[in-house]
Design a protein around this ligand. Structure first.
Ligand code: PAF
Length: 307
């Protein structure tokens, strides 16, 4: 078994030791140079390479992205890196759940991937260049968390340099993030196709998220109100009720249920994320709301077929 070293183009480290249960080893790659070598071999063999970028804390939502990636490509890579630049000072970077062994086990139990890319470091001490997205990055998260999309776009751009995949898959739970990355890929003409995969939900409707682990039992009971309210509001808007009063009622309903604060609750079109004046089944409701110190986000199309 090789020593794991920080991610860089100059050091080399592939770890694929035998597993105790005798199953084939899952390759863990920690440097860009090894990732490039591995991908070059796969490409030469005619493989289509799919990347699922994550910050670890793997749950069924990530596993659904991985399953989709396995359907689309002949090689699947999951990257695991908790990106410091998408957290502002005072946010949960330090407490963000990190458990590489558990992540590896979860991926393994769901059928495995061809490689996990787990760089220790993605930024040099002198790093000073960022991608600052505008357009679809401006509203909603762009107002509540102004640092966020610069951090996301910069790290995903860097991940695409380290892991030159043909396709990358992101969850619709972070729909605005997906829209920002789609715009980045178009604007910078990156040779990768980005796809969105539907949100995976608990049976009570709560969207799966690593941050759900922060919820107390009573907050966890309250949390599904967010999606229930989105669905209820979507039905009313599609039935012709005035959009502004529907959004107002939704805000009141979420706060009355026990949420502490709402950052935004908006109806947007799925392409430009502009505010539409009419209802269309493809238009999406977006919400970010706080239960104590935990911030939850969710979104859905008005015409979504999920209950
Ligand atoms: O959605 C996430 O988990 C992260 O924002 C991403 C895309 C992996 C970038 O760090």
């Amino acid at each position: 078994m090789t020593l794991l070293l920080p991610g860089s183009f100059h050091k080399t480290s592939i770890c694929s030791g035998p597993k105790s249960d005798g199953a084939p080893p899952m390759t863990v790659i920690t440097t860009a140079i090894d990732m490039h070598r591995t991908i070059a071999q796969w490409r030469a063999a005619g493989d289509h390479i799919c990347l699922v970028p994550t910050m670890g804390s793997i749950h069924a939502g990530h596993l659904a992205l991985i399953a989709r990636a396995r359907q689309l490509g002949s090689r699947t890579i999951v990257s695991i890196y908790v990106n410091p630049t998408q957290f502002a000072a005072g946010e949960d970077f330090d407490s963000y759940p990190r458990n590489f062994a558990a992540d590896q086990d979860a991926i393994d139990a769901a059928g495995g991937v061809d490689a996990i890319y787990a760089p220790a470091v993605m930024y040099s001490d002198t790093h000073a260049t960022s991608i600052v997205p505008a357009g679809v990055a401006a509203p909603m998260e762009g107002i509540s968390r102004p640092h966020f999309f610069t951090g996301v776009a910069t790290i995903v751009f860097k991940l695409f340099q380290h892991v030159p995949a043909d396709t990358a898959i992101f969850g619709e739970k972070d729909f605005q993030q997906f829209a920002v990355l789609r715009q980045m890929v178009d604007d910078l003409e990156l040779p990768v196709t980005v796809l969105a995969h539907p949100t995976i939900r608990e049976p009570d409707g709560l969207a799966l998220s690593s941050r759900n682990a922060y919820l107390s039992p009573s907050q966890r009971q309250l949390a599904p109100v967010l999606y229930q309210t989105l669905r209820h509001t979507a039905a009313n808007i599609l039935a012709g009720a005035p959009i502004a009063s529907c959004l107002d009622n939704a805000t009141q309903r979420i706060l009355a249920a026990g949420f502490d604060k709402i950052d935004y609750l908006d109806l947007r079109d799925p392409e430009e994320l502009a505010v539409p004046s009419t209802a269309h089944p493809d238009h999406r409701l977006f919400v970010a709301a706080w239960l104590g110190t935990t911030r939850l986000i969710d979104n859905c199309a008005l015409g979504a077929d999920q209950p």
